[in-house]
Design a protein around this ligand. Structure first.
Ligand code: URA
Length: 230
């Protein structure tokens, strides 16, 4: 939100006063004096007028987790363990998942308290490639690649999937790159050929690859350069 709007939303200042505060250089965002009314106030920004803190600016947090099988990608579940149960962090209620995985799917999962960041990452327009390692019940015919590249019609949503790239690794294993995250998308794509997915593992999201040092169930904070990938 623009800083002038942020300040004039507070009951204590009218627009005229906000203009003056900015001109008189009495407003600071994250410690820096701002006079431009368009300056951005984010969820995590610290906002001060003179020596008074108007928004304290809590730290933004970002984690990558190696999701194990048998846990739910939700913040709460009445029956099963959730991915958040695997995190030993304070204020877990503030955290949410950026891009879910099915109960038995393993691999890269991102967890954050930054809604702007996770929206950027998950919204379909971003078209971030998500790469999955897949093992199937039946042999994977090379013709699947052409069909996946053309797109597969999903009647329930009445849409055709975006072009996806399939790389065969063995008779029943492959690497698939998709740019969407439709409900059970990979399983339904293989389901088109009546071929059941037995094992599904997300290796990467965009340029971010699951850290090989993380065993299933382990997690770590993202590094600054990793956060800035999105
Ligand atoms: N596609 C699926 O079918 N399941 C997942 O967990 C992720 C992608």
């Amino acid at each position: 939100m623009r800083v002038d709007r942020f300040l004039s939303n507070l009951p204590r200042y009218n627009r005229q006063q906000v203009r003056l505060l900015l001109v008189e250089k009495r407003v600071r965002i994250d410690g820096k004096v701002v006079s431009d009314p368009h300056s951005d106030v984010l969820e995590f920004s610290r906002v001060e007028v003179d020596d008074e803190v108007l928004q304290s600016g809590k730290p933004a947090r970002y984690f990558m987790l190696h999701k194990p099988p048998g846990c739910v990608s939700a913040t709460r579940d009445p029956q099963h363990a959730t991915v958040l149960d695997l995190l030993d962090e304070p204020h877990k209620d503030d955290l949410h998942i950026a891009g879910r995985l099915d109960f038995n799917t393993t691999g890269l999962m991102l967890i954050t308290n930054d809604g702007t960041w996770s929206r950027r990452l998950t919204q379909p327009q971003t078209k971030l490639p998500k790469v999955y390692y897949v093992e199937t019940e039946q042999d994977i015919d090379p013709s699947y690649a052409l069909k996946f590249a053309e797109g597969i019609y999903f009647a329930f949503e009445d849409l055709t999937t975006q072009p996806a790239q399939l790389e065969l690794l063995g008779p029943r294993s492959a690497r698939l790159s998709i740019v969407e995250g439709r409900y059970h998308q990979v399983k339904r794509m293989f389901g088109f050929f009546n071929n059941k997915v037995l094992h599904l593992h997300r290796e990467s999201i965009g340029e971010l690859t699951l850290d090989h040092a993380l065993k299933p169930g382990e997690y770590r904070a993202l590094r600054t350069e990793e956060i800035h990938l999105f």
